[in-house]
Design a protein around this ligand. Structure first.
Ligand code: NDP
Length: 416
């Protein structure tokens, strides 16, 4: 029988589902969809797909943090039932924009959770950063399909989050392109047959830069990603290679493999997104143009497929695909992230929080490019010295270590 490894299981435990037995989950009616982080890069790509297949979707709730005009425009276009703005000071503006439309509005952190809890079939979790934890957990708690772009949820709270998914019976579908690729290449896999999962990395805008040149890299240069169009935070993470480190942690929680079976390779063309090696020597890879609408479409339609208007690959025109080992001397963030993954417990949550502080400090020109990874490493060391790294039992444990790590990182920043 054709079996698929699903991502909706904690590490080292594989639940197999048969795609031939599962139909498009909402074949008889449109899929009720909520988009958390609707105004962002992943959010707008998701809604672009929805606009192209309106018969397949019914938009329930849309959220943003501060961009009230964009949120209102999306809510009107998709006839959402609820529009939520995270920062309450923009709620009056959102209300004005949506006056007379019949679309309900709300503001504040609790309202984001309320949006995630609205009856829906699928929630696209596309808030950036640890700010997405509470709403994404809320979506996971009610047994929905969670299309997960917010990688921070798995990085900071992997064990707790996957336990919640398992408890509620929710379905977890990865949206990150590499994990979507792995998910597809793992279809039919028995856990013992997987030898290695190799995520690809574009190498970012500084792939060929010397360490000396990296010393003076500016935010403007770091924000110019060669292949992908993404939000600012993940674009900086791609430049430092921290993004690949976060993705290794994400993969550890999504797929039934050990830390040693996870690796990454630099592939500047961003066409091959992941390679899965099997014990018989086979390597299955997923290829697609670098456009998030493909992995988003996979997460929305799985185990079916839906059309995505992306550039089609023309391998003859591409000519060659190249691969190289990542350089952890020039890009120490990858080494720091791997160490946090091996350390386990709440080390990845500290890593993520310190990195969010570091990226913002770099964007605000408080620190230099190479100091982002230094700050993260120093914060991890300080947290370890203070005995702050330990097992987390619940989301509140994670949120409290996240807050503590941010304070430690801010303290360290003041010494720079
Ligand atoms: P963006 O910065 O483009 O968008 C972030 C979204 O989250 C916006 O809707 C923003 O609202 C909202 N938001 C920001 N801060 C908060 C907050 N404190 N509380 C609630 N909502 C908030 O991010 P991306 O779309 O690039 O990334 C989203 C997630 O997906 C990240 O976790 C990223 O790592 C992951 N991802 C992104 C990819 C990409 O291609 N962009 C690829 C793979 C993963 P507002 O517009 O009002 O600020």
């Amino acid at each position: 029988m054709h079996m698929a490894v699903t991502a909706s299981v904690p590490n080292n435990e594989v639940k197999a589902a048969s795609p031939v037995e599962i139909e498009w989950p909402h074949a008889s009616r449109p899929c009720r969809l909520t988009v958390l982080g609707a105004t962002g890069s992943v959010g707008t790509s998701t809604l672009d797909l929805v606009a192209r297949a309106p018969e397949r979707f019914e938009v329930v709730a849309l959220t943003a943090q501060s961009n009230a005009p964009a949120l209102a425009a999306l809510a009107r276009l998709h006839r959402a039932k609820l529009a939520v703005i995270g920062d309450e000071k923009y709620l009056p503006q959102l209300r004005d924009e949506l006056a007379g439309t019949g679309i309900r509005t709300a503001g504040g952190a609790d309202a984001l959770v309320e949006a995630a809890l609205m009856p829906a079939d699928c929630v696209m979790a596309a808030i950036v950063g640890a700010a997405g934890l509470r709403p994404t957990f809320a979506a996971a708690s009610c047994g929905k399909r969670v299309a997960l772009a917010n990688k921070e949820c798995l990085v900071s709270a992997g064990h707790v989050f996957t336990a919640e998914i398992k408890r509620s019976g929710a379905e977890l579908l990865p949206v990150d392109s590499e994990h979507s690729a792995a998910f597809q290449a793992l279809t039919g896999a028995e856990p013992g047959s997987i030898e290695k999962i190799v995520l690809t990395a574009s190498g970012g805008p500084f792939r060929t830069w010397t360490r000396e040149a990296l010393e003076n890299a500016t935010p403007e240069q770091a924000l110019k990603h060669p292949n992908w169009s993404m939000g600012a935070k993940i674009t900086i993470d791609s430049a430092t290679l921290m993004n690949k480190g976060l993705e290794l942690i994400e993969a550890f929680h999504l797929f039934p493999v050990s830390v040693d079976a996870l690796d990454c390779v630099v592939h500047p063309q961003s066409v091959v997104h992941c390679l899965v090696s099997y014990v018989d020597g086979s390597v299955l890879a997923q290829l697609a143009a670098p456009d998030m609408r493909t992995p988003i479409a996979v997460a929305l339609a799985w185990p079916g497929r839906m059309s995505a208007p992306t550039e089609r690959l023309d391998l003859a025109r591409l000519g060659s695909l190249t691969f190289e080992a990542p350089d952890e001397t020039r890009f120490p963030a990858l080494r720091v992230a791997r160490a946090a993954l091996r350390r386990g417990d709440t080390a990845p949550a500290v890593l993520n929080a310190a990195n969010e502080i570091g990226v913002q400090a770099f964007l605000n020109r408080r620190i230099k490019f190479l100091e982002i990874a230094k700050l993260v490493e120093e914060t991890l060391d300080a947290a370890e010295r203070q005995g702050a790294i330990s097992a987390a039992q619940c989301l509140d444990d994670i949120l409290s270590i996240d807050e503590r790590a941010r304070r430690l990182a801010e303290d360290a920043l003041n010494r720079y």
